[in-house]
Design a protein. Structure first.
Length: 395
């Protein structure tokens, strides 16, 4: 499948690989750091993830639309990677939960700035009919970085036990490499240029206005995505569930690395399938698998069962991430990709604020089994809604 994608896609994939290596040196140990050193629980962790993702999602909509009107993708991508990789090492200085919240917000704000323009950039340099392959390869390389990061974290903590703050500082190394590669990508494989519209800032859409001006098919697709997201939880809470089931701290980064290996291989293997059989069957299969894994994680009473469900859950990403983006690329012409991907990313991310907060609150109030069962039920309901949405043809 790699032979089907342009070289620029591979370069942007390397950018994501390095950035995610930096991010996932931090993410698997951040719940441990917050619980052990800052005294926080699942509810606050869910609130942190929800607030950070909600802000990122609002920025995804704005940045995507602005990149359409500005006629350039690269500045938003550079700024986004720069902000995240400046913010992330600051965890080393955090002494309270609110400081972690602030740093996480800055990190996710960087993601919000870059995601929609980057997805649009990828779509613009890909020929029609190959978007599933492009996004599958890109997501695979992204997940490879998420596999490498925990392995680096585990090696570091094996050599320097308990040195979490020092680990946060060293995450700056792959982060700087990601930023350097992004600059190179902008020079070697730029997005197609279009005339710049005057005063693009005056034309930025309000979120409500942008989401109301949708075709019926797109409304149903985005409504299903929003509903599914409402039952989703931050993956950091899944790591906390593994710890509750008996996983030692030293094994959590390795479990995270293995999960991302499964994400990467399944994305590479399955992404192009959406170009042949359609996006809807793959997304529905992924959501069914998601619901089954959540049910098992909620009912598990041993680390073996919970760990197996956690790893099988990785296949959900291979089944859904590339097809969802390929679906979005069919919704309009390439000149509107920033706006289209902005709406898609905004709907998903805005749902994560109530989703993660709700999940953490239900967990603390009624237990993990209730929280995971609720998530599974919402996923199945969202699947029924998506089943009724017409899949568009390539524009």
């Amino acid at each position: 499948m790699i032979r089907k994608v342009p070289r620029g896609v591979l370069v942007l994939g390397l950018v994501s690989l390095c950035n995610d290596a930096a991010a996932d040196m931090v993410l698997p140990v951040l719940p441990i750091f917050m619980a052990a050193q800052l005294g926080t629980g699942p509810a606050f962790l869910g609130l942190v993830e929800g607030i950070a993702e909600a802000l990122a999602s609002a920025l995804k909509l704005v940045a995507g639309s602005w990149s359409d009107r500005a006629g350039r993708r690269e500045p938003f991508v550079f700024a986004g990677y720069g902000l995240s990789n400046v913010a992330r090492p600051l965890y080393a200085l955090a002494s309270g939960p609110l400081q972690v919240l602030g740093i996480r917000v800055l990190d996710r704000a960087g993601k919000g700035l870059r995601t929609s323009p980057r997805d649009a950039w990828l779509g613009e340099i890909t020929s029609d009919g190959n978007h599933g392959a492009t996004y599958g390869v890109h997501r695979a390389m992204d997940h490879m970085g998420s596999m490498l990061g925990p392995l680096l974290a585990s090696l570091f903590l094996w050599l320097y036990p308990g040195a979490l703050r020092e680990l946060f500082l060293y995450s700056a190394i792959p982060g700087f490499l990601a930023l350097a590669l992004a600059v190179w990508a902008g020079k070697a494989h730029p997005a197609p240029r279009r005339p710049k519209e005057p005063n693009p800032a005056q034309n930025l859409p309000a979120i409500g206005k942008a989401l109301s001006a949708l075709a019926p098919g797109e409304k149903r697709f985005l409504a299903a995505m929003a509903l599914f997201t409402l039952g989703n939880s931050a993956d950091a809470l899944l790591l906390l569930r593994l710890k509750d089931l008996g996983f030692e701290d030293a094994w959590l980064p390795l479990a995270w690395a293995l999960l991302n290996f499964i994400k990467a291989t399944s994305s590479a293997a399955l992404g192009g399938l959406a170009d042949r059989i359609g996006c809807k069957p793959m997304i529905l299969a992924g959501w069914l698998l998601y619901a089954a894994c959540y049910l098992v994680l909620g009912q598990a009473n041993s680390p073996v069962v919970g760990g197996a469900a956690f790893l099988i859950y990785g296949l959900f990403f291979g089944l859904t991430e590339a097809p969802e983006r390929a679906w979005v690329a069919k919704l309009g012409p390439s000149r509107r990709y920033g706006h289209l991907f902005g709406r898609y990313n905004a709907v998903i991310g805005l749902g994560l604020l109530p989703a993660s907060a709700l999940f953490g609150w239900v967990w603390e109030r009624w237990g993990a089994d209730t929280a995971f069962t609720l998530g599974a039920g919402i996923a199945l309901t969202a699947g029924a809604l998506l089943f009724t949405a017409p899949e568009p043809r390539q524009k």
